[in-house]
Every structure is written in structure tokens, then in C-alpha cells.
Design a binder for this molecule. Structure first.
Ligand code: NAP
Length: 459
């Protein structure tokens, strides 16, 4: 029998666990899926927007995998990050002594920064902070958005043109009543209901043909009740590939056509607007007299080469009381694992972790920590399969590794850690359903550590 630890219970971790138990080869594989949170599903629970219920329903598929007889979920078990204080969490070295192999599927937990003056001002945040808050992530304080914080915000700027930017733009523009049927925590719903936001400016530094968003997500911005989607046709026309779409890949061509359609629509007098801007590069977050964010200064860019842009020396200020930067994620190094800081990933060959250029027996990666923060949820399935194929090819050598003879869970508990096992997670789910009933809503997420651990039964 091979004992494998998968670190991370998001899509890549669960797909890796599934691929491990699905194989027919001997030896049989038993998998512990570890997560630092008491709840499984990673970004499907804490990243996918609450109003994207179809994508959220993937949790059902992930759940079936985690209930497999040879898979065990162990939540509330942290594997130490490189910058964690000594003694915090399980070390990577110890994991290797407990399991024949470890597959790290820890995602990309940090957000990229803009590196411009003013980024630290109150009122300027990462989209991840906003997403974590409305997704009830227990690490989110939500201080910046809670209560009546959004009331004085009339104009918001979202920097970036990926799907996360589209998500936060939509959540800011959508009426709270439409979010009520979701599992959004009650305080976030209340704060959004009291929000003063009337305009959301989503700003891209390149052209409409270079947006990273997918067409389905983009198109949805045009379907929100009471919201006008505004695009300036002359700004779109700065992009040569907007004027001539012949050479564009189908996905980009579809995006451009959606934007063209909006640019021709008359305003409907909706109570909110989404203003999509292009060829504007952020250079400074501006401060108002109260020391809070009052807007962003952008430099107008123009196309350079096939897909680049260059500055023009012309500037435009957009006023806003809230700025969310949504410019992608970065992986976080784990103590004891090699890391490529430029890419934010762990160096690997076919999913085998590379130490000084050679594959390290017993250590593997899958998902965003392997390939960077790109692709949709489904992209993780082939990625995890490739890694598991490498692991299984190593199985004879892995089986010869000397590891702890007993149950790793006993050893983990002996370290003073208090894992939340599957019954604990089911108890959290039940408590969230109860909370929803008490509020006259469907299941509503518990947003804090104490509440989650108490619901898990003090495990
Ligand atoms: P992303 O797709 O990589 O988009 C990042 C955006 O930030 C790009 O528009 C990029 O512009 C811009 N950017 C980067 N640095 C910048 C800077 N210094 N100044 C201004 N703009 C800058 O990242 P993401 O939106 O965080 O999404 C991550 C992944 O999750 C993606 O694969 C995404 O599809 C996926 N996701 C999917 C869904 C869904 O399917 N519904 C929802 C959320 C996320 P350039 O192109 O010019 O670099």
C-alpha cells in the first residue's frame, strides 16, 4: 500500500486524489487530502463568485471524490509557509516521513501588486481581499468593506481585465437583492445593500482584443438589472485588431464583438453603470484631503508590436473612493520546497519537484503552484493527471521509501494539531444550512475561524 498526502483540497488537489485512487495498478493508494482550512474545495468555495451557482455546484463532484473509501479529508492542518514562524504547521520534511509521497496543490495564495505610489492608501485593496470578504474566508477581517464602509463609495475602479476583475465588477454593480439567494455571509450582503456605488470603472492597460476575461463572464456584465454597460467606441478603435478582427483567435473575436455591441447601445438610465476602459496604465493611486484614496492617475497607452503597449505621456485621472487591483495571483513558497520567485511556482518536470535540477523522489506539484495562476477549473484535471502519472511511474521506488509505519493521522494529532475530519466538515455544512434557515435564506457561510471550528464539533 502507498500512502500519499495531497496538500490542498481545491480542484487540483481533489483531481489529483481522484486520479490516484482511480488507477488499477498495484500497490493500492490511500490518500489523505490536507487543507489548512477546516473546509474543503479551495477556490471553488472561497474564490468562485457566490452568484455563479453553476460553477459552485462543482462542489458536488468534488465531494463525491472526497467521500471515496480510500480518500480522507483532514482539514485545519497547515503545512508551513516559508515565512511562517518556526513550529507553525506541519513541515514538508515531516510530511515526507509520514507519507510515501506528497503532492502539493496549494494554489497561488498571494495577489500581485501594482508597484505604484499610493497603493497602500486606505480605500485601495486587492480584489482578493474583496473576494475573500464576500466569500466568508475565515482569514478575511473584511474591515475595509464591512458595515457602512461602502456607503460613501460612489465610484469604484477595478484595475485589470481578467475574470477576477469581471467578478468583482459584477458584485459591486449587482443589486444585493439578487445576491440574497446565494450563500454570501449576511454581513457582506448587508454592506452591499447599503453600498453607494453608482459607477464601476473596469480599466485595462491594453486593448479590447487583449482582455483576459472569457466571453461568457464578460457578456454577463451586460445582463445585470438596472445596470448600463458603457464602452467608448473611439477607445475600442485604438486597437487595430478591433478594427480588423480577421486574425484574432475565436475567443478574442467574441469578446471584441460583445464590446462592439455595447458601444452601440444607448444608455437606459439604469441606476448603476459599468464603464469599461482600455489602454490606460495605472501610475498612481491618488489621495484625497482625508488621506484616503480619491482616484487613480492613468497614463494613456497605445499599441506597440503585435500585443504590447507603450506610454504616450498623456494622463487621465478617474475619481473613485474604492480601488481594487485585480492583476493576478502569485504562489507562496513553502518552507523546505524549492521555489521560483519570478514565476511564483515550484520548479518541476511533469509534476515531479526539481531540486537543483533533479527530480526529488516523493515530492510532486499540481495546479497553480505547478503551472501558475491560469486556466479555468477544468484545466486542473489534465494537470493533476500528468502529475499522478509521474507519481505512479515512481511507485516501485516510492514503496521502498521508509516512512512512518502507523496511521499518519495519529502522528499528526500527536504533534498537537487538531484536524477536522469529514464528519467535522459535514457538521459545518449542517450548521451553515441552519444559519441560512434562521435568516430565511438558503445555506449561508460561517465567516470566522471560531465559528467554523465550533461547528466542526471542536475537533
Ligand atoms: P488574469 O486572467 O491573469 O488577468 C490579470 C489582468 O491583470 C490582466 O488583464 C492583466 O493585463 C492585468 N495586469 C497585470 N499586471 C498589471 C498591471 N501592473 N497594471 C495593470 N494591469 C495589469 O488573472 P485573474 O483575473 O486574477 O484570473 C486568474 C485565473 O483565474 C484566470 O485563469 C481566470 O480565468 C481564472 N478565473 C476564472 C473565473 C471563471 O471562469 N468564472 C473566475 C475568476 C478567475 P495584461 O494582459 O496586460 O497583462
Amino acid at each position: 500500500m502507498l500512502r500519499v498526502a495531497v496538500v490542498g483540497s481545491g480542484p487540483s488537489g481533489v483531481y489529483a486524489a481522484q486520479a490516484l485512487v482511480q488507477q488499477d495498478a498495484v500497490p493500492q493508494v490511500h490518500v489523505d487530502v490536507l487543507d489548512r482550512l477546516p473546509c474543503p474545495y479551495g477556490l471553488v468555495r472561497y474564490g468562485v463568485a457566490p452568484d455563479h451557482e453553476k460553477i459552485k455546484s462543482l462542489q458536488g463532484n468534488l465531494r463525491t471524490v472526497l467521500e471515496h473509501e480510500r480518500i480522507r479529508f483532514l482539514g485545519h492542518v497547515e503545512v508551513a509557509a516559508a515565512d511562517a514562524p518556526p513550529g507553525t504547521g506541519l513541515s514538508t520534511a515531516r510530511l515526507l516521513r509520514l507519507y510515501h509521497a506528497v503532492v502539493y496543490c496549494v494554489g497561488a495564495a498571494r495577489d500581485r501588486r501594482l508597484g505604484i505610489p499610493g497603493e497602500e492608501l486606505p480605500g485601495c485593496h486587492s480584489a482578493t481581499e474583496f473576494v475573500s470578504w464576500y466569500s466568508a474566508h475565515p482569514d478575511s477581517s473584511g474591515d475595509a468593506f464591512r458595515g457602512s464602509s461602502l456607503r460613501p463609495v460612489h465610484s469604484a475602479i477595478v484595475i485589470g481585465a481578467g475574470n477576477v476583475a469581471v467578478d468583482v465588477t459584477r458584485i459591486l454593480a449587482r443589486g444585493a437583492e439578487e445576491l440574497r439567494p446565494t450563500d454570501m455571509p449576511q454581513p457582506a450582503l448587508g454592506a452591499l445593500a447599503g453600498s453607494g456605488v453608482r459607477a464601476v470603472h473596469m480599466v485595462a492597460r491594453r486593448g479590447p482584443s487583449q482582455g483576459k476575461f472569457t466571453t461568457k463572464e464578460l457578456r454577463e456584465l451586460g445582463t445585470l438589472a438596472g445596470v448600463d454597460t458603457v464602452v467608448d467606441p473611439s477607445e475600442l478603435a485604438l486597437d487595430p485588431r478591433y478594427l480588423d478582427t480577421a486574425g484574432l483567435p475565436a475567443a478574442q473575436r467574441r469578446n471584441v464583438e460583445v464590446l462592439r455591441g455595447w458601444s452601440q447601445l444607448p444608455p437606459t438610465g439604469g441606476s448603476r453603470t459599468i464603464d469599461l476602459r482600455f489602454f490606460l496604465r495605472p501610475v498612481q493611486v491618488l489621495a484625497g484631503p482625508d488621506g484616503r484614496t480619491s482616484g487613480v492617475r492613468f497614463e494613456r497607452t497605445e499599441p506597440e508590436g503585435p500585443s504590447g503597449v507603450r506610454g504616450t505621456g498623456r494622463y487621465e485621472d478617474i475619481q473613485a473612493q474604492l480601488v481594487l487591483r485585480s492583476v493576478g495571483y502569485l504562489g507562496v513558497p513553502l518552507a523546505g520546497l524549492p521555489f521560483d520567485p519570478a514565476k511564483g511556482t515550484v520548479p518541476h518536470a511533469g509534476g515531479r519537484v526539481l531540486r537543483d535540477g533533479s527530480a526529488a523522489l516523493g515530492e510532486y506539484v499540481a495546479g497553480w503552484i505547478k503551472r501558475g495562476p491560469t486556466g479555468v477549473i477544468g484545466s486542473n484535471r489534465p494537470c493533476a493527471k500528468e502529475t499522478v502519472a509521474s507519481l505512479l511511474a515512481d511507485a516501485p521506488a516510492l514503496a521502498r521509501r521508509e516512512v512512518f509505519a502507523g496511521d499518519p493521522l495519529t502522528a499528526i494529532r500527536a504533534l498537537g494539531l487538531r484536524p477536522v475530519t469529514w464528519p467535522g466538515w459535514l457538521a459545518i455544512e449542517a450548521a451553515e444550512a441552519d444559519l441560512g434557515r434562521a435568516l430565511g435564506r438558503r445555506s449561508v457561510k460561517i465567516p470566522d475561524w471560531a465559528g467554523l471550528l465550533a461547528a466542526a464539533g471542536g475537533e
